[in-house]
Ligand binder design. Sequence first.
Ligand code: GTP
Ligand code: MG
Length: 478
Amino acid sequence: MHDTADTICAPSTPPGRSGIAVVRLCGPGTLPILQKVCARKAAAMPLAPRRATLCPLVRPVGGVGGDATSGETPGAFLDEALVTFFPASRSYTGEDIAEFSLHGNPVIVAALLETLCGLGARLAAPGEFTMRAFLGGRMDLAEAEAVHDIIAARTLYQAQVAARQRGGALARELRPVKDGLVEAVADLESAVEFAEEDLPTASRQATLDLLDGICRKINGHIDSFRRGRVVREGFSLALVGAPNAGKSSLFNALLGRERSIVTDMPGTTRDLVSEEAAIGGVPVRLEDTAGLRDQEGAGDDAERLGMERSRQAAIDADAVLLVVDAGRAPTAADRGLRDRLDALGVALGVVAFNKSDLPPCMTEEGKRRLAGAWRHLDVSAKTGAGVEGLRETILGQVMGGAGAGADGPLVTNLRHRQALERAQGHIRRGCEALAQGLSEEFALMDLRKALDALGEITGETGTEDLLDQIFSKFCVGK
Ligand SMILES: Nc1nc2c(ncn2[C@@H]2O[C@H](COP(=O)(O)OP(=O)(O)OP(=O)(O)O)[C@@H](O)[C@H]2O)c(=O)[nH]1
Ligand SMILES: [Mg+2]
């Protein structure tokens, strides 16, 4: 069981020197501790709730027994800070909270924490404030997880998606699924109650239809995870192609700066060059690679090792961008490269026919044949033409056809997807039992398990073991 009887404290800003540093205090001891550390003239009066108040902070003489209410400075001065008191009724966790905005100096922060602990608080574990908010009913578990995602976001778009979940979007989207399940359970329960009257076949069919609709809705959520995972974690893209095709030029164009060396000499890039970028608000690790020649054994040792790394990068990446020089006549090597990527098991790719600013040397039919099942488009790394379209195409491919801003459900968390899959499995088993004409009680057992699985997402059911696992990933002080 998780203890919420203690009063906890922690720094909520990262260590080091900064303009301000924030320390949080939370729990039943908040007010008595505040009265001891805030050496205000009007200390006998409680701080106005939810109002920042400038206070000298002191380490009271005699620790817990000290008294700061006399108006005199009763102990060692710590800092002058802005202190905000949030009463339990309107706080993040549902308990009394105080927030101290101090001068951003680690020595001052440490002294305040030591003082608070001396007065009966203890240092909070990672995520303990948010865990208390969940346990206190201030937010559901999916919302609490979204708090972590907001802080972990690497792009504004990721933060916006997480903020939607923090606002209860997932629970709202799952509401019709849960309501449908509860309706099906109620139908079957009444059938069990009036067993001697036997549920008419038509009514059983209606329940099956209802469950089928629910399964389809759950499927929509499960399918959205492909997109959601990419939004939450980002993806990697390896640029591969023949020497001199313009891979490094396109890499720089996608990155928006001249990171990789470009020359007119084939074989310029020898090793992998990796950089973080963002496409449509989704983080992407771009990998520029050494040009792949058709004679794999050719070249010096460095070139051969470079080509081996290129092949490995193509295998390891989430998607491949095959860059083809369309400013010269197509060669058998270009076609061979596309086949080799298939042979390496690269499933997701886009073909960029580069140097579209030069007179065209390839027919549309030739491009289509070379690209095969992959999407292809003309670009010019030199002029930038087509690069924006290329970004959209790449994102569309890794997101399974939808763009970053696509509407509809978006499951970004593997734990949620697994719970949805379990719920779906239970519903399917329940449907089978009904279709086989077994007693409704069998189906009821499965549907109740499905409801439990859905409840795990928002934390209504079976979460005690999960809590430490989820909240240990949080920062201290959140
Ligand atoms: N006209 C034109 N030239 C381009 C374009 N993209 C690249 N180039 C030129 O093509 C040559 C090779 O470009 P790189 O980007 O170094 O090609 P690469 O595929 O990285 O080459 P390696 O690293 O040697 O395999 C350079 O002279 C570039 O200026 C383009 O869109 N249009
Ligand atoms: Mg290069």
